[in-house]
Design a protein around this ligand. Structure first.
Ligand code: FA5
Length: 359
């Protein structure tokens, strides 16, 4: 290429750059153009690659022509880059100026506590005030702790009272929280005040008041001179604390191999006020708090001195109590994933939230 053609080619490259610049709107695109023109293999950069083809006395001139053109193009590209950057800053500024900090925020829905948890907390608060500790036992329990330690040997007909999910290796899904009685006696000895909330599992036919997965709270108090009236007084206190008013109770004899004597404390059905409904199986009463004086065999299995100590135990039906407190007619709502929040405890005369759909 002679010098005249070289000059022409340089002018062409500069014209191409000038015409493509308006379409270059990002720094990345500008870098691509820079490489395509000024890079070693670029439209201008490559002109220096042929410098050896020129006679020796022209090579200096060729170098100068190309390098000066390079400097001009580089200056043009830098100016475009500055333009793009200041446009970006302006865009950011105008976005920032359009932000109005006085506008109200986007409200996020609040989570709420499950009714069973809320009642569990009520019960825990009361018992902690009375000097009880809160224990937890495992949901997967040994047959021994779930039955034998509670005076229910393998052949005892009482095993049929609780439909059990049997696992392998002599383990079961605990059918009640009573195994925590045995665990606590062994762990703490006497005197002892403990409650143990937790999930229980039974192979049940489901209805408005029976679930296969439900919650109980076990209570156990062992000391000298503990008697049944202590238990009944505490039960009244417990239900008053949760319901925030006096509740009509009924006490009747009950049979559980791990207590002697055993009682059943029922509460007036809060759903129907006692007139009868599917939740209370038309009896007007809900079984809520079976209890009794701990059987000496159970105390002995927990290494408690039966000459010195007596104790009472109860197994509060926590899920049913939550139904009574919040006017939930059907127990199945509680495991259904229904996210409606608790509004307020029920007052006789009408539930505030309800498992209306299922009742
Ligand atoms: C027991 O489970 C005994 N362990 C309670 C006990 C403890 C008695 C200590 C004496 C001393 P029961 O099977 O009745 O007893 O259950 C206790 C409470 O759990 C019942 O009154 C009821 O409120 C609740 N309950 C029982 N089965 C279910 C179920 N399938 N769904 C919902 N709640 C249930």
């Amino acid at each position: 290429m002679d010098l005249e053609r070289l000059n022409k080619r340089i002018a062409e490259v500069e014209a191409e750059v000038a015409s493509s610049l308006p379409d270059v709107t990002t720094a990345d695109a500008l870098r691509t153009l820079d490489t395509a023109v000024l890079g070693k293999k670029g439209s201008l950069g490559s002109l220096l690659g042929n410098i050896r083809d020129y006679p020796g006395d022209q090579r200096g001139q060729v170098g100068q022509l190309v390098n000066k053109a390079k400097a001009r193009i580089k200056a043009t590209l830098d100016a475009r880059l500055a333009e793009l950057q200041s446009a970006d800053i302006a865009a950011e500024q105008s976005q920032a100026e359009s932000y109005d900090p006085t506008l109200p925020g986007i409200p996020k829905p609040m989570g709420s506590v499950h009714p069973v948890t809320a009642v569990q907390w009520d019960v825990e608060r009361l018992f902690e005030r009375l000097g009880f500790t809160v224990e937890a036992g495992p949901e997967m329990e040994s047959e021994h702790n779930n039955f034998e330690a509670l005076n229910i040997p393998a052949t005892h007909p009482a095993r049929d009272m609780q439909d059990t999910f049997f696992l392998v290796n002599k383990m079961v899904l605990r059918t009640h929280t009573s195994p925590v009685q045995h665990r606590s006696m062994k762990k703490f000895g006497a005197p002892l005040r403990v409650i143990a909330p937790g999930r229980c599992f039974r192979y049940e036919t489901l209805d408005a008041s029976h679930e296969n997965t439900f919650h109980q709270i076990e209570g156990l108090m062992i000391d000298e001179n503990i008697s049944l009236p202590n238990l009944i007084a505490l039960s009244q206190m417990l239900l008053r604390e949760v319901m925030q008013r006096d509740v009509k109770l009924r006490v009747r004899p009950g049979y559980f191999p791990f207590v002697e004597p055993g009682i059943e404390i029922d509460m007036n059905c809060e759903i129907c006020g006692g007139s009868g409904c599917p939740t209370c199986k038309n009896s007007g009463w809900v079984e809520i708090l079976p209890a009794g004086m701990v059987h000496p065999k159970v105390l002995a299995a927990g290494n408690i001195d039966t000459e010195k100590y007596t104790g009472f135990a109860f197994g509060l039906g926590l899920t049913r109590l939550a139904m009574m407190k919040y006017g939930i007619r059907d127990i199945r709502v509680l495991n259904s994933g229904d996210l409606r929040p608790i509004v307020s405890p029920m007052r006789l005369g009408g539930p505030i939230i309800a498992g209306e759909g299922l009742s």
